[in-house]
Design a protein around this ligand. Structure first.
Ligand SMILES: [Zn+2]
Ligand SMILES: [Zn+2]
Length: 332
């Protein structure tokens, strides 16, 4: 167990907020869980009571059934035990939040997963200066610098238009990335129907129910090859190389992920068109955020902690790695 300040503890199964008797994103069922966002490695079923944004609770309900959840709006402050707690936007996926806690004059912010660049599907990250900042570090190496999202979308569209007899099949995580790709395409003026794999249908509907408009979407089931030629098809990454894709008209296989920076990762999935589009902060976003928040201490979770820890130390900020278990790169 590591201690964060005097009242927050890091355990392998999550961060424990002692004066509120609550766990943040616990990997084991707990009586009281505060959940930053709906990705499966952060939001698990089986907790006694969940505090999360309305959107996150709805995402959890589609995955685990109804939750005994208490919704909290962005920027609303509630008192739990001896802690004032507030959720503020993290800019990661629909409903994602950082958790801001104050206790005895000390402020701790747990970022959850976050990014700084604009995303049409959720409000932008709000920087909250704090004493202790708990940050993710999925892309915590200087080699990870994500390019401009618009230019990646343009590459996708260029490829699509260069051969109307083929489709472009984009692998994108079902929660967040898939809907972001669709809205980014719409923002670049692409108003054609977009085809989708059945596995992302419920989340598309959920996003639309929260007012994120995705334009005309069509299920690939029942569509002919001729109909899908010249169109974008979105599917979860696991479907890129399976039998399902044989129904598509000579697909150009693309994948939207921060990991596409690594050529070997693209090759492993037989990706012809790697698109570097991530829902996580890249190296510059991580370091800019730490500079901006100017915390006394930084605690670093899931990812490549070592380089960011070193960076903090060279900038006179105390830093430490948290050894939380169960976080995966499911949602990059
Ligand atoms: Zn996530
Ligand atoms: Zn995560």
């Amino acid at each position: 167990m590591a201690r964060l300040g005097s009242w927050i503890e890091s355990h392998p199964e999550g961060i424990y907020v002692r004066p509120a008797d609550a766990w943040i994103d616990p990997s084991q069922p707990k009586a009281r869980a505060w959940v930053t966002h709906g990705h499966a490695d952060h939001a698990r079923g089986g907790h006694g009571a969940v505090l999360a944004t309305t959107e996150t609770l709805a995402i959890m309900a589609t995955r685990y059934g109804p939750q005994s959840g208490q919704p909290i709006a962005y920027d609303e402050t509630i008192r739990v035990g001896d802690v004032d707690v507030r959720f503020v936007p993290a800019g990661h996926v629909l409903g994602s939040a950082q958790i801001v806690m104050e206790h005895k004059g000390e402020r701790v912010v747990v970022s959850g997963d976050y990014k700084r660049r604009p995303d049409p599907t959720c409000p932008c990250f709000v920087p909250v200066p704090c004493d202790i900042f708990v940050t993710e570090a999925t892309f915590g190496l200087p080699v990870f610098r994500h390019p401009d999202t618009g230019s990646e979308i343009d590459r996708l569209l260029h490829r699509l238009h260069s051969d109307p007899s083929r489709c472009v099949l984009v692998g994108a995580y079902a929660l967040g990335k898939a809907q972001r790709i669709i809205t980014e395409l719409r923002a670049r003026g692409h108003d054609q129907p977009i085809y989708f794999h059945g596995a992302i249908e419920r989340l598309n509907q959920l996003y639309e129910s929260f007012g994120i408009s995705l334009g005309e979407l069509r299920h690939t089931g029942g569509a002919t090859k001729a109909e899908m030629a010249g169109h974008v098809v979105i599917a979860p990454p696991g479907a890129l190389n399976d039998r399902w894709s044989r129904r598509l008209p000579d697909p150009v296989t693309a994948m939207a992920s921060g990991w596409m920076r690594i050529r070997q990762r693209a090759r492993q999935r037989n990706v012809e068109l790697p698109l570097i589009i991530s829902d996580h902060a890249d190296w510059d976003e991580l370091t800019t955020t730490i500079r901006e928040l100017a915390p006394r201490e930084v605690w670093i979770t899931h990812g490549r902690e070592e380089a960011l820890k070193h960076w903090c130390m060279t900038h006179q900020i105390t830093a430490c790695e948290l050894n939380l278990v169960g976080y995966e790169d499911e949602d990059d």
